[in-house]
Design a binder for this molecule. Structure first.
Ligand code: IVH
Length: 663
């Protein structure tokens, strides 16, 4: 059957639109249309393609998944070798390398400085704008052909916005938040989590079954090129072009000033934790490409570029002991006590071992030398024992058969051990800690020790009792005096007015973290609506799965929980709803971008919320102000486009001061 001309045209039109929408959604993080509109276009394209299969081309947006599993990856040769980089490990080595390049060139040199993304490198071969091959770095000369896997990564265009032939090189990465989420899933299934986002990215890309890769939240970020039809003059110009072709690429910092570059390096090292991609340093490249051949190469690496590495995130240390911690839900987690070791600027003395299955798979023993990794602000974890260093004196970790706190019965729940005693004091202590934490009721001065004392002395029998505590009660606790008791009583009183989403989070409903609590607060105008929601209603919310829906319904159908909540209200807890927030910043929505000098983001957020305002994560037309710190991200462009007032950090702090005066 010949394909009618109108159909061909419609298919082309649909593909072009979908490509554009994909680019805005995945690369720019700025959706242009609603999900429903997008789904409709995709549905129509699939319909036409199944009716006229001869129209299907490999670069159609429908052709990302579907390739069958392979037995092995075929090998493929890079047309130009993919080299490695030499490292500079500190300020002094960076200065030395810059000066060496300057003296080889014989004068001032402009450098292009980019983040060094910690993932796995990949080369994408485009012919006349169409992706034909994706090859891993391999030994630099020959890599593995992972084309079907690469096609599933949404930030890899199947077709460029211009029909050119070019080899694009970049890093396949997994954003930190997605990495944590993936690990959470793996841990729950009793599988070993990935030690860091790099291993997670590499492990996910190198799956023989591309359907598994498709489910992993991978991204591709450009850093270089191989053969190219376009002749680039500068690296910074190349990165700009890569964006125009449809890729994600960093905004580089261009400078010919050694001090300025060092300052930029220090700034990045200081803020690397707040960035959603794991970086292991910066890459400093000579910007003028015509100098590259002149400077030449060593056997492994170019002389015109080097890696300015940050402090490493993995260290070895001794495993001193394993203790068992009972959480809110009764789950008993093995926690490693380590000989304190500095990892990337933080002293680490504890690491999680997740659960019994993982503990057994890792086969760590007390006394082992272990490799510990700390990815960003994620809880440190043990990657593996260094078996070669065993002396024979290491002891296996004993698995408890009773609850280490109440001595109650312990059961297995999947890979977890769980204390089944409903009134185990450890559960209540953990729940109080959660309720009092910064992102919940934020009760300053109610830490682990006090929580334990309150439970031991019988002053707190359920979470609501916290809100009945008086100064006199607190004075009965060891270590409390007039001032400290007064302060804590006051902190509790002040905390009673709590923003809606923080209240939901504070309850400690299993699998309801901060993000889910926010979603729930957005969807249910009043708390009563949430309490009576059904699983079906909950599952209709994008981002809430059946497991979470079930946990929420179960939580609210529990008589004890309902009574505790009622008591909280009786003792003065008051939910502050978004539409009735009080304070001088009520109704104002703030978004932050870039790094703030004054304080961590969480602190700035708290200042806004305490004055009745709210903070959003992304720019929409509803936003009142964008606060811009150092090295702002793409939010700035978007806010400018929407005409949203932009505040410098100083202006923001001034606004807060004024609001405080009015409050
Ligand atoms: S340039 C010949 N730039 O780091 C120059 N590499 O340690 C090759 N990487 O194999 C590298 N971010 O996988 C360059 N902005 C960046 C990078 C980057 C991450 C990776 C890349 C490379 C490795 C070298």
């Amino acid at each position: 059957m010949a394909v009618p001309k109108e159909v061909k045209e419609e298919v082309e039109r649909l593909r072009e639109l979908i490509r554009k929408y994909d680019y805005h959604y995945y690369v720019l993080n700025e959706p242009l249309v609603s999900d429903a509109e997008y789904d409709e276009l995709k549905r129509r394209l699939i319909e036409l393609e199944s009716k006229y299969p001869e129209l299907i081309t490999p670069d159609s947006p429908t052709q990302r998944v579907g390739a069958p599993p392979r037995r092995e990856f075929p090998q493929a040769r890079h047309s130009i070798p993919m080299l490695s980089l030499e490292d500079a490990r500190n300020e002094q080595e960076i200065r030395e390398r810059i000066r060496r390049i300057q003296s080889m060139v014989g004068g001032k040199v402009e450098f292009c400085v980019e983040p060094k993304y910690d993932g796995t490198s990949l080369e994408l071969v485009y012919e006349k704008g169409v992706l034909v091959r994706a090859i891993t770095r391999g030994d630099g000369y020959v890599g593995e052909d992972v084309t079907p896997n690469a096609r599933t990564i949404r930030t890899i265009p199947l077709r460029l916005f211009e029909p050119i032939s070019i080899e694009i090189r970049g890093e396949v990465v997994m954003p930190k938040r997605a990495f944590q989420e993936l690990n959470r899933r793996l841990i729950e299934e009793g599988q070993r989590p990935f030690a860091n986002p790099r291993n997670a990215a590499a492990g996910s890309l190198m799956q023989l079954d591309p359907r598994i890769t498709a489910q992993r939240p991978l991204e591709f970020i450009v850093w270089g090129f191989g053969r190219s039809e376009i002749e680039f003059k500068k690296q910074s110009e190349f990165l700009k072009k890569a964006k125009e072709l449809g890729f994600k690429a960093p905004d580089p910092f261009v400078s010919d000033d050694e001090d300025e570059i060092v300052r930029y390096y220090k700034e990045w090292e200081a803020k690397r934790d707040s960035y959603d991609y794991e970086l292991d340093g910066l890459v400093i490249k000579v910007n003028d490409i015509s100098l590259w051949d002149k400077l030449g190469y060593t056997a492994r690496a170019p002389r015109w570029a080097f890696a300015a590495k940050f402090k490493p995130r993995e260290r070895t240390t001794k495993l001193l002991n394993v203790v068992w911690q009972v959480g809110r839900t009764g789950i008993i987690t093995p926690v490693a006590e380590l000989q304190p070791v500095e990892i990337g600027g933080v002293i680490v003395s504890r690491a999680t071992l997740h659960n019994v299955d993982i503990l057994k798979k890792l086969d760590v023993r007390i006394g082992d030398t272990v490799l510990v990794s700390r990815a960003g602000d994620v809880i440190p974890q043990i990657v593996k024992p260094i078996v070669e260093l065993r002396t024979g004196n290491e002891k296996p970790v004993p698995i408890p058969d009773r609850c280490p706190v109440c001595g109650g019965e312990v059961v297995r729940e999947g890979p977890y051990l769980k204390c089944v005693n409903a009134s185990c004091p450890a559960k209540l202590v953990a729940s109080i800690r959660h309720l009092a934490s910064r992102d919940a009721f934020d009760i300053e001065g109610l830490g682990e020790k006090t929580a334990r004392l309150l439970v031991e002395r019988g002053l707190v029998k359920d979470l609501a009792d916290i809100f009945r505590l008086t100064k006199e009660d607190l004075l009965k606790l060891p270590g409390f005096a007039d001032v400290s008791a007064e302060q804590l009583a006051l902190a509790i009183e002040r905390a009673k007015k709590v923003p809606y989403h923080r209240f939901i989070y504070a309850l400690g409903i299993p699998s309801v973290g901060q993000a889910t609590a926010k979603l729930l607060a957005q969807h249910f105008p009043r708390f009563e609506d949430l309490m009576s929601a059904t699983e079906e209603e909950l599952m209709r919310i994008k981002g809430i799965g059946p497991e979470t829906a079930r946990a929420i319904v179960k939580y609210f159908s529990d008589e004890h929980n309902r009574r505790t909540i009622e008591k909280m209200f009786k003792y003065g807890v008051k939910i502050l709803y978004e539409d009735e927030r009080e304070g001088p910043l009520a109704g104002k929505i703030f978004v932050f971008t870039g790094e703030l000098d004054c304080c961590p983001r969480s602190e700035a957020k708290r200042m806004v919320e305490d004055l009745g305002g709210s903070v959003a994560n992304s720019v929409s037309r509803k936003v009142s102000y964008l606060v811009v710190g150092k090295n702002p991200g793409s939010k700035l462009r978007k806010a400018q486009r929407y005409g949203i007032p932009i505040l410098t950090e100083e202006e923001f702090l001034k606004m807060i001061e004024e609001a405080k005066r009015k409050a």
